[in-house]
Design a protein around this ligand. Sequence first.
Ligand code: MG
Ligand code: ZN
Length: 367
Amino acid sequence: MRIRILLPALILLMTVSGCMDKYQRLAYNGKAKNIILLIGDGMGLAQASSIFYFQEETPSFVRFQHIGLHQNTPTDAQITDSAAGATAFSAGVKSYNGAIGVDSDTIPQPTILEMAAEAGWSTGVIATSSITHATPASFYAHVKSRRLADDIALGMLEAPVDFFAGGGLDYFAKREDGRNLIKELEDKGFVISTDAMNKPANMSLNNNYGFLLADDGMPEMTKGRGDFLPDATQIAIDFLSQDKDGFFLMVEGSQIDWGGHANDSEYVIEEVKDFDKVINAALDFAEKDGNTLVIVTADHETGGFSLSAAEVRKQRDYKYIKPTFSTGGHSAALIPVYAYGPGAANFQGIYQNNDIFKKMLEAARMK
Ligand code: MG
Ligand code: ZN
C-alpha cells in the first residue's frame, strides 16, 4: 500500500522537477546574451534611404526582418534633442531636452549599461563625437545638463564602462578643475590611447580600454576620419565578446546629425555610409554568435531631410534625386527601429522611444 502511494508521488516529483529544469532552460532560450545598440544620431528614414541611391554596396538595412517605429517626444517640448532622446533609450524615462541620464526632476536613473554591468556583463560606448557628448553620455553619466561636459567626463570615472572610444580628450585632460582624468582612469585599470584606433595586443578583460582620439569631436568622414568607427566597433566586439556572461555595446554615428544641422547632404550621406559598415560588422558578429540582439535606430531626425527630385531648367525631373532640407534643426518624424536576433520581433509596431529600453531588458538574459 505504502509503496503504491509513494511511487507515483516520487515519479510525479521527479517529473515536475525535471520539467522545471527543462522549462527554465527553455525560458533562457530565445533571450539575448549580448546587446549591441547602434544609434545613428539624426538618422531618419530619408537618411537611411539615401544610401539605397548613393552607395554601390547593398545597404545593411536589408538584413533586418523586424522593423518598428518610435515616437520621441520629450517631456518639455514637441521635438527632442539628443540628450532626452538618448536618456529615453538608456534609462527608460522620458525627460526634458538637455537631460543626461536623469528624469524630468533631475533625479539620476539607472541606465541599461549600468544594469548590464550589475548582471556581470562587460560594457562599451563608442561615438564619433566627444565621448562626453549627449548620446554616449546618457549611457554612463547622470548630469542635469548636456552642457556640463567636464562633469560628464567625471561620470566615466564612476561608471562601469570597460571600453570606450571617441573624441573628447580636452574634457579629460584640459579641465577647469585642473584634474587629469587620463591619469585617474589609468590608475583605475584603464589602458588609454590618444593616438590611433589600433587593437591593443593581448586585450584582456582584466583591463579596461579607452581611446580618446580628438580634442573634441572626431573629424568628418569627408575630412579623413577613415575607418575609425567600424574599426572601433570591431575591436570592441572582439574584446567584449570574451565575456562569457554577455556584453552591452552602444555605438553612435554621431555626425549624421551634424551633417543635417549643416544642411550638407554629402556630409549626411558619407556619415550614413560609414555607419552602414558598423551595422554590417554588428550583424556579422550576431549571425555567427546567435545570442546577440542588434538594434539600429536614431534619437530623432535632423534637417527635415528629403530625397527630392532635382530641378532641371525650372522643371522637376524624376530622373535625378537632389537631397534637400527643410530645417537646420531636428524634426518630429517617427523614427525607424531595425532589430535582429533574440527578441527582435518585439521591436515591431509603433511605440515610444523609452519603450526601447524596456524591450531591450525584456530580450536580455541578464542574470
Ligand atoms: Mg549624438
Ligand atoms: Zn542635433
